[in-house]
Design a protein around this ligand. Structure first.
Ligand SMILES: Nc1ncnc2c1ncn2[C@@H]1O[C@H](COP(=O)(O)OP(=O)(O)OP(=O)(O)O)[C@@H](O)[C@H]1O
Ligand SMILES: [Mg+2]
Length: 419
């Protein structure tokens, strides 16, 4: 799992770190930079998919990938030359012992090709061991690594992250590198973590569509909802949990689900109510479908990886938000998943549990500055006491977080302004 992300000269962040837990909540005013954090995760996700920088940033020749918002022109903080992203990870997948990994990638313009980027520096450290350090010579990446005591360097392309290139390099070279073979699973772990990310932008219309048999991964817009729910319902125990949550979350008296096939074999979704009435996905409400999609994520078999939900409260009645919150907190604590969400909803904040509170951050642009800062809400002065006495929702509505930040920030204008 990812435990923190540091952004240097990425979009409107000069040098900020966000702590990440099983469930992380990001709050902040409009245009403060919350979605820019999401863009940083999407960048890392592109690395995990082994895409080139041109593909990740500009969406070049990829039909399955949207460019990063603002693409090449706006990914680097205005007025700066390069940006870097660093992540701390806990590698504990299929291992008895967990190890701490530190991955850093720095990107700048490719001087040879206007409008394109190259990796300037890249580093992977696991515990205290540096696995590799890569540095650009303007054309290629010069890589030194833990596999070679003599520090003989390897030359790799500078438009794609190192680990996969290294694995290919050693396969082609067919060098009997015992040390390197030991490193491969560790590098693969980094890729698993980075590639196992999902960015959900639920669209009720897409969720209403019938799905094809076997398409049992929920799409980013909520596609394939019928097949994913049907798979959950194969297990009576999980069907029971699913039904009881739908019961709690919506005013419908849902007793179960039905998945009829149409003549072309596509699977449809119907909700069965107590009075024998059936409601098809086509006429189910938007909020019901959103709940169902979130339940599909949280109750699916072996849920894994990191999910980024923008504005999780969208379309959900305040009186139900705390229930959704309870479900997420419960599942995130239990399963191998991490959920990051942005929100503007005071009611959601009021009901977060203590552990979520510790992983709640505020993003804020201080007056007279273009840059944004990220701070843990729990670290703001008197935050714990005020949370108890007034509730976080009220503090959000009153703009207390921004005010508290502005008071406490030892703010160096010259540096923070970026001008
Ligand atoms: N390259 C850049 N350098 C400096 N600032 C940038 C850069 N790119 C974007 N920004 C700033 O980031 C802002 C957008 O931030 P973002 O989309 O993350 O806001 P948000 O917190 O998600 O807001 P909302 O709640 O409205 O969705 C822009 O308005 C701009 O001020
Ligand atoms: Mg946003």
């Amino acid at each position: 799992m990812i435990t923190s992300i540091r952004l240097v000269n990425f979009k409107n962040f000069a040098d900020e770190t966000l702590r990440i837990g099983p469930f992380t909540v990001i709050v902040g005013a409009n245009a403060s930079g919350k979605s820019n954090i999401r863009d940083a995760f999407r960048f890392l996700h592109g690395i995990g998919r082994n895409y080139t920088l041109a593909e990740i940033i500009g969406g070049k020749s990829r039909s399955d990938w949207e460019p990063i918002r603002g693409a090449a022109n706006e990914i680097i903080r205005f007025g700066q030359e390069m940006f870097s992203i660093e992540v701390e990870m806990k590698l504990d997948y299929e291992r008895e012992r967990s190890e701490k990994a530190h991955y850093m990638i720095e990107i700048g313009p490719d001087e040879r090709k206007p409008g394109e980027f190259q990796i300037k520096k890249e580093k992977l450290k696991i515990e205290s061991e540096t696995i590799y350090i890569a540095q650009s010579d303007g054309e290629k990446l010069r890589v030194h690594g833990a596999w070679d005591k003599e520090q003989k360097e390897i030359l790799l392309e500078s438009n794609r992250a190192v680990p996969m290139q290294l694995i290919d390099h050693f396969q082609v070279e067919a060098v009997s590198q015992k040390v390197f073979r030991k490193l491969i699973p560790k590098m693969a772990d980094i890729y698993f973590i980075l590639s196992d990310m999902r960015f959900l932008e639920l669209s009720p219309d897409r969720m209403r569509e019938a799905s094809f048999p076997g398409a049992n991964v929920l799409g980013d817009f909520g596609e394939n909802l019928p097949t994913v729910l049907e798979e959950i319902c194969i297990d009576p125990e999980r069907q029971e949990i699913l039904t009881s949550w739908v019961h709690e979350l919506t005013p419908m008296d849902v007793q179960g689900f039905d998945f009829p096939r149409d003549p072309s074999g596509r699977i449809h979704l119907r909700l069965c109510e107590a009075n024998g009435r059936q409601v098809s996905a086509y006429s189910a409400s938007d909020g019901t479908l959103r709940f169902l999609a979130m339940l599909a994520v949280l109750l699916g078999r072996n849920p894994r990886g990191l999910y980024f939900f923008e504005e999780i409260d969208t379309g959900i009645h305040p009186a139900r938000q705390w229930l959704l919150l309870e479900l997420i907190e419960k599942q995130a604590a239990k399963e191998d998943i991490q959920i990051i969400t942005t929100t503007h909803a005071p009611d959601l904040l009021t009901f977060v549990n203590d552990s979520t509170f510790e992983n709640m951050s505020v993003v804020c642009r201080l007056e007279d500055s273009h840059d944004a800062i990220i701070r843990r809400v729990a670290e703001l002065p008197n935050a714990r006491e005020l949370r108890k006495s007034q509730g976080l929702g009220r503090l959000l509505t009153e703009g207390w977080m921004e005010t508290a930040l502005a008071f406490t920030e030892d703010y160096d204008e010259a540096e923070g302004d970026g001008e």
